[in-house]
Design a protein around this ligand. Structure first.
Ligand code: ADP
Ligand code: MG
Length: 611
C-alpha cells in the first residue's frame, strides 16, 4: 500500500490535526486579504453544497441534475424571510434549509419510482421548474432583475443582535457550520443509516432482504441532501447580498456534480480539496472564466478516465463505514466472551421461542404467459434443514422469492407459524425473521466483509439519523453490540482473516460467506439459501455443511436450494424436487435417489449409480 496515501489518510482523519487546521484558519482569517477571504467563503459554501451531493449521489446513488433548486430555495428562502421579517440569519437559514429539506423529501416520492436516465430527466425538470418560478414570481424574487438588499456581511448590512457582522465574523460562522456539517456527515456515514444508503445504491433487493425499508431510506437521503443544499444556499445569499435567477441555473447543478465527482464520490476529504480548487482556479485565471464549462467538462472527462475515484481515491485510502474505536471495544469484548463460550456457536443466534415453520399452499406464479410455479404446496418444518432441488428453470428461486416477499404469488398462500403472510413485502418478512441469500451474491462491492455483514443488523438497531450524526451514546452502544455479534459470525464462518478487506477484491467463496453472514446478523428464525454452495471449493463446502448443522442446533429453520447431491446427503432432513414448476417428489434423500420420476426428470442415470 502506498505510504503517502496512508500518511495523508491518517492526517485527514486525525482529530488533533483537523482541530489544528480549524484553529489556524479560524484565527488566521484576519490576516488574509479581503479578496482571499471572500473566495475562501465561496469555497466553504461550495464544500457544504458538495456534501449534499455526497449524501444523495455518492452514498445513495441517486443522480440529481437539479440540485441548484435546493441551493436556490435555501438562498431565496433565507433572503426573503430576512428582508420581510427582519429576522437574522441564525433563524432564516435554518428555516429556509428545513423548507428545502421538506421539498426534497416530497421529491423523493416521484423520484423513488424512477431510476437512472429517468431520474436524471426528472430532477433536471425539477431544476427548470424552480428556475422558471424564480424568474416569473417577480413580487417575491425580483424576477430577472434579481433580489437585492439581502443583508450581507460584505455590504456591511448584516446586523445581528445589534452587532455588525464583518466579513471575518461571517467567514468564521461559515467555517464553524461547515466543520460541524462535515463531522455530522462522517458520523452519519459510519452508522447503520449511512450504510443503508449504500446498499440501496447497489441492490434494493439486498436492502429489502435484511429489513431496510426502501422508501424511507430514499426519503432520508433526499431530505438530508436538501437540508445541506439549503444551508449552503442560505450562506451564499448573505455572502453575495444579491440573488439573480441565473445563479441557480442548470450550470450550478452541473458544477456541484463536477466538484463532487472530481473530488471523489463518497470521499469528503477529496471533495474539500476539489471544492477549493474549483473555487480558486477561475478566480486566479480570469481568462478561464469564459471557458469555465469547457474546462469543467475536460477535467471531469480526464478524472473519469484516469482516476475514477477522483482526488479522494488518489490521495487517500478508501473511507471506512465503521467507527474504528467501537470496533476495538467490540474486539476486546469478543475475546472475553470467547474464553467463556467454548461451543463456537454464536449464542445470540439461539432461537428464544420455538423454531418457526412455513406452509406454502397451492402457490401459482405466472410471468406473462410462463407458468413458473404451478399450484405448489409444501411444509417447511420447524428446526429442520429442507433442500429444494430440481433442474434449472424449474421455479426454485421463484419459490424462495415468493416466500421472502420479493413478489406476491399469482395465486395461493404462504403461512408463517400458521399466520397468513401471503404477499407481505420482503422488508416485513425480514422483520418477522425470514431472511434469505441470493443466487448471485448482492453486496456493496467497496464495503469490507465486516461492513457488508453489519448491514444485516440494520433493523435490529433503532437510533435515528440525528442521533447517528451527533454520535449519541445509543449509537455507540448499539453499533458496538452489532460489531460483537459480527465477530461471532466471522468466527463461525471462518472468514476473520479477510474481515477488513473490500469484498470486490475477494474470491467468490468469500462473497457467498459474507452474504450468509449478513443474513445471520439479521437474526433469522428461518433462513432461505439460494444455491449457497455454488462456486465454493470442496473445503468451503464442508465448512458450509458444518455451519448449517450448527444453525439447526441453534433452532434456525433452513431451506436451501442446492445441486450437489453429495453435499445434501447426510445433511438434510427433507428434500423437495421441483420440475417445470410442479413438485414431483417429497421425502428423504435415499427415497429421492431411487424415485423413478426424479431420475427421469433430474438425476439421470449416473446419479443412480452413485445411490
Ligand atoms: P430456478 O431457480 O429453479 O433455476 P427460477 O425460479 O429462477 O428457476 O425460474 C423459473 C422460471 O421463471 C424460468 O423460466 C425463469 O425464466 C422464469 N422467471 C423467473 N423470474 C422471472 C421474472 N422476474 N420475470 C420473468 N420470468 C421469470
Ligand atoms: Mg435459481
Amino acid at each position: 500500500m502506498n505510504p503517502m496515501r496512508i500518511f495523508l489518510t491518517k492526517l485527514a482523519t486525525h482529530p488533533l490535526a483537523l482541530l489544528v487546521l480549524f484553529v489556524v484558519v479560524f484565527f488566521g482569517a484576519p490576516y488574509l486579504r479581503g479578496a482571499t477571504l471572500q473566495i475562501l467563503s465561496f469555497a466553504l459554501v461550495s464544500i457544504l453544497f458538495t456534501q449534499s451531493i455526497n449524501v444523495l449521489t455518492g452514498m445513495a446513488g441517486q443522480i440529481s441534475l437539479g440540485h441548484a433548486a435546493f441551493f436556490g430555495i435555501g438562498a431565496y428562502g433565507s433572503a426573503i424571510i430576512a428582508k420581510t421579517f427582519g429576522l437574522n440569519l441564525f433563524l432564516t437559514i435554518p428555516i429556509a434549509a428545513v423548507v428545502s429539506s421538506l421539498i426534497a423529501y416530497l421529491l423523493s416520492y416521484p423520484a423513488g419510482r424512477v431510476k437512472e436516465v429517468y431520474l436524471a430527466m426528472m430532477t433536471l425538470g425539477f431544476g427548470q421548474i424552480f428556475l422558471e418560478v424564480a424568474r416569473e414570481w417577480t413580487d417575491l424574487t425580483g424576477g430577472v432583475m434579481g433580489l437585492s438588499g439581502v443583508p450581507s456581511a460584505g455590504l456591511g448590512t448584516l446586523i445581528i443582535l445589534g452587532h455588525k457582522f464583518s466579513t471575518i465574523d461571517y467567514f468564521r460562522v461559515l467555517l464553524l457550520i461547515t466543520a460541524c456539517s462535515m463531522i455530522f456527515i462522517r458520523n452519519f456515514s459510519q452508522s447503520r443509516l449511512g450504510r443503508s444508503l449504500f446498499v440501496m445504491h447497489y441492490s434494493e433487493l439486498a436492502a429489502g432482504s435484511v429489513g431496510i425499508a426502501r422508501r424511507q431510506t430514499k426519503q432520508l437521503a433526499y431530505a438530508l441532501s436538501g437540508l445541506l443544499a439549503g444551508i449552503s444556499g442560505g450562506f451564499y445569499a448573505h455572502l453575495v447580498g444579491y440573488l439573480g435567477p441565473e445563479s441557480f441555473a442548470i450550470s450550478r447543478s452541473i458544477e456541484v456534480l463536477v466538484v463532487a465527482i472530481v473530488g471523489g464520490l463518497w470521499s469528503s476529504a477529496g471533495q474539500v480539496i476539489s471544492a477549493i480548487f474549483f473555487t480558486f482556479l477561475p478566480e486566479q485565471l480570469q481568462l478561464f472564466a469564459e471557458y469555465q464549462f469547457i474546462a469543467y467538462g475536460l477535467i471531469l472527462t480526464f478524472t473519469l478516465i484516469l482516476f475514477k475515484q477522483g482526488i479522494g481515491g488518489l490521495l487517500f485510502l478508501p473511507p471506512r463505514f465503521i467507527r474504528q474505536t467501537w470496533l476495538t471495544s467490540a474486539q476486546q469484548q469478543s475475546q472475553a466472551v470467547a474464553t467463556n463460550n467454548k461451543t463456537s456457536e454464536p449464542l445470540f443466534l439461539k432461537i428464544q421461542a420455538a423454531p418457526a415453520d412455513i406452509k406454502v399452499q397451492a402457490i401459482t406464479m405466472r410471468f406473462g404467459g410462463l407458468v413458473a410455479l404451478n399450484s405448489v404446496s409444501l411444509d417447511i418444518q420447524a428446526g429442520h434443514i429442507t433442500a429444494l432441488v430440481g433442474p434449472n428453470g424449474s421455479g426454485k428461486s421463484t419459490l424462495v422469492n415468493i416466500i421472502a416477499g420479493v413478489f406476491p404469488p399469482t395465486a395461493g398462500q404462504v403461512f408463517l407459524q400458521g399466520k397468513d403472510v401471503t404477499a407481505q413485502a420482503d422488508v416485513e418478512m425480514a422483520k418477522k425473521g425470514v431472511v434469505r441469500t441470493f443466487q448471485d451474491p448482492r453486496l456493496v462491492p467497496h464495503f469490507t466483509v465486516r461492513e457488508n455483514i453489519l448491514l444485516g443488523a440494520h433493523a435490529k438497531m433503532h437510533y435515528t439519523w440525528l442521533e447517528a450524526g451527533l454520535s449519541m451514546p445509543r449509537v455507540h452502544q448499539q453499533e458496538a453490540q452489532a460489531l460483537e455479534q459480527c465477530n461471532e459470525i466471522l468466527q463461525l464462518l471462518d472468514i476473520e482473516a479477510v474481515a477488513d478487506q473490500a469484498v470486490e477484491s475477494l474470491p467468490y467463496g468469500y462473497r457467498r460467506m459474507t452474504e450468509l453472514g449478513r443474513a445471520l446478523l439479521a437474526r433469522p428464525n428461518i433462513i432461505l439459501l439460494d444455491e449457497p454452495a455454488a462456486g465454493l471449493s470442496d473445503v468451503e463446502m464442508t465448512r458450509l455443511a458444518e455451519i448449517l448443522v450448527k444453525l439447526k442446533h441453534l433452532g434456525i429453520t433452513v431451506l436451501l436450494i442446492e445441486h450437489h447431491m453429495d453435499f445434501l446427503t447426510g445433511l438434510v432432513d427433507e428434500v423437495v424436487v421441483l420440475d417445470s414448476g410442479s413438485i414431483i417428489f417429497k421425502g428423504d434423500m435415499l427415497g429421492m435417489r431411487q424415485d423413478p420420476a426424479v431420475i427421469a426428470a433430474y438425476l439421470g442415470d449416473d446419479e443412480v449409480q452413485h445411490a
